[in-house]
Design a protein around this ligand. Structure first.
Ligand code: HEC
Ligand code: HEC
Length: 318
């Protein structure tokens, strides 16, 4: 805010408050020359105007509001660029990384500033910390049978994961479906937890980094369609198989069932990360694909990831 607008707001707010005080005092004085409760000498259709004072309760309410506004303006930001005595802000808005956020929280505590969001997080950690601690001490194999824990995991999923994997965890193009039992990296409890803790980066270079001509793409796509067990053009697929043997198998396996260590998808299960149409498959092969799953260990901490892992596992293991 420029100085001009800051001063403008300070002057305007002060004038309004002081104006209210004067108005109230002026209206409370009886300077009409008529005794209280007596007629002012006006009559409208037989209704007489009496000289009644402002009701006491009403004037007191008004004074209380004025006092409230002065205290409020002193404590909270509201007077131009004056930050308020509490050092209140809604959040640490300038932070860009988790590290910055952690230092910002510490700085605020040290300087005695009141950052509302931090306070709420600290409060929530105090309240829910012991619960997460108890869950964290429960082995995943047991946790998947704990209905309460799964409910908590589901809520954490909605808050942190739904924007990519969908609120029903069924994913969308480029974001894997977590409910169908088809796993890029594996569906064992510990593997799911590793995926979430450390993140994943599936990397297929354009054409798998292999010497493949654009003219071979339709054949390759047809062969991939064949692998997934759908109707196909046998002659074209046979051509494609030749191209596949140039090196696709190095990642996707000789039989096309994929490789969970590098997240190379199983091409035979008819579950698609980027779409199973011939066109989408050609796109995947021609341009390569590079899906990134962020790491959560620093954002949520292991205790929460533990609970979410149980929830994600439960989605495909009823
Ligand atoms: C920014 C988008 C994004 C967010 C947010 C996100 N994910 Fe992911 N996730 C992905 C992508 C993309 C992949 C696939 C990575 C790849 O292609 O190698 C993935 C993969 C995974 C996998 C591995 C799936 C498999 O088939 O092996 C799991 C498990 C997972 N995510 C769970 C979660 C959970 C739990 C959260 C919330 C804490 C979450 N994800 C948040 C994008 C996201
Ligand atoms: C270096 C290892 C590697 C090679 C070589 C490779 N791929 Fe891939 N491929 C991957 C990975 C990893 C993914 C998943 C990318 C992601 O998670 O974003 C993938 C994804 C795909 C997909 C998308 C699958 C889906 O579910 O949507 C298709 C189709 C595919 N590869 C076919 C091929 C073909 C055909 C070849 C040979 C020309 C090939 N790949 C070579 C690693 C490889």
């Amino acid at each position: 805010m420029t100085n001009f607008w800051s001063i403008w707001i300070i002057v305007l707010s002060s004038v309004v408050i002081i104006g209210c005080i004067f108005l109230l005092r002026a209206c409370s004085k009886n300077d009409t020359g008529v005794e209280e409760g007596k007629s002012m000498g006006h009559s409208f259709d037989g209704i007489e105007e009496l000289n009644n004072p402002l009701p006491k309760w009403w004037s007191y309410m008004f004074y209380i509001t004025i006092v409230f506004s002065v205290i409020y303006l002193a404590l909270y930001p509201g007077m131009g660029s004056f930050k308020g005595l509490l050092g209140w802000t809604s959040s640490n808005q300038s932070v860009r990384t988790l590290e910055e956020s952690k230092t910002a929280v510490q700085d605020a505590l040290k300087e005695g500033r009141w950052v509302q969001y931090d306070q709420e997080v600290i409060h929530a950690d105090e309240k829910f910390g012991p619960i997460f601690k108890a869950y964290a001490d429960t082995p995943l194999e047991e946790l998947v049978n704990n209905k309460e824990a799964l409910k908590v995991g589901g809520r954490l999923f909605l808050q942190n994961c739904a924007m990519c994997h969908g609120s029903d965890a069924r994913g969308s193009k480029g974001f894997p479906n977590l409910t169908d039992g088809a796993w890029l990296y594996g569906g064992e409890l510990e593997t799911i937890k590793t995926s979430i803790m450390n993140g994943r980066h599936g990397m297929m270079p354009p054409k798998g980094g292999l010497p493949i001509e654009d003219s071979e793409l339709p054949g390759l796509a047809e062969y991939v369609v064949k692998l997934s067990g759908r109707e196909h053009d046998a002659a074209l697929a046979a051509q494609g198989q030749g191209s596949f043997m140039k090196g696709c198998f190095a990642c996707h396996g000789m039989d096309g069932t994929g490789n969970k260590f590098m997240g190379a998808p199983n091409l035979t299960d008819n579950a698609w990360l980027y779409g199973g149409s011939r066109g989408a498959i050609q796109q995947s092969i021609k341009n390569g694909r590079s899906g990134v799953m962020p790491a959560w260990k620093d954002v949520l901490g292991e205790e929460k990831v533990h609970v979410i892992s149980a929830y994600v596992y439960s989605l495909s293991n009823k």
